[in-house]
Design a protein around this ligand. Sequence first.
Ligand code: MBD
Ligand code: FE
Length: 306
Amino acid sequence: MNEFTQSQLLTRVTESNRPNGSPRAQKIVARIVGDLFRAIDDLDITPDEFWVGVDWLSRLGASGQGGLITAGLGFDRLLDIRSDEADERAGRLAGTPRAIEGPLYIAGAPLSKYETRVDEAGDAKRGETMVMEGRVLDLNGKPVAGAIVDVWHANELGRYSHFDPDQAEYALRRRIETDAQGRYRFRSFLPPGYAIPPNSPTAEIFTAIGRHGNRPAHIHFLVAAPGLRTLTTQVNVPGDSFIDDDFAFATRDGLILKLEPNTSPKGYESLGVNEPFTRVPFDFVMQPAASEDESAPEARLARAVG
Ligand code: MBD
Ligand code: FE
């Protein structure tokens, strides 16, 4: 018989999977297709609406904004919430909170020991000069020497290098190896927030649902060390009007910086600081790795966002 009801069709779609397929993939696809069948029926989604959605998905894929829409629709934070819940069940919710990576990380940034400028030495003033500094510690408060602190943030226009053709390769992206006392420090400027690219597939959806696409000012980190669980996090610059209304839902209470404006430049000459600046103290507290892959930075793809 080749005439189906909706549920017979769904069964057919699912049962046409073959034994050589992956059972996990089959289960996930069957569930998601079933949920979409139900959504189409419950919401009486018209053929026109359906095909507009398919066209949008094609354009989303072509634009490389998959990782942008997932952040904006809360999926990235959802995964963090689930990881936190799993950690809580395992009795290992400790140390610096995780926060989403976002779609704008690029591996392989220039590496320095202990200290570096994240902005460029010849730059005109691009924002409030800051030095962020602190230590990488384990859960016992012991300093971690040789940890790699990978930092990236937006430029003064809220754009990230690699995705922005107007910036140099690895601009505002650096890696710092902690010294024997577990210390790191870097000079840069306090970045502004981020806004999703206008006239993009992501912006279309956000306009359609009446949402803005702004992120509060933030700085990203990926911290890794042998034997410790790789930490992906972000910190927020206090005072941003979007701090509690983040497009990507990534703000966390333990990750809002405490700024120390008007710090004396004494001791910061090696970073080219010679006037009062904003000091930003922050320690990263890392969990022990429960397995080898927890300490290896995850494999990552460069994802174009524009
Ligand atoms: C960003 O800068 C970002 O960090 C995330 C998560 C999404 C879009 C832009
Ligand atoms: Fe970001």
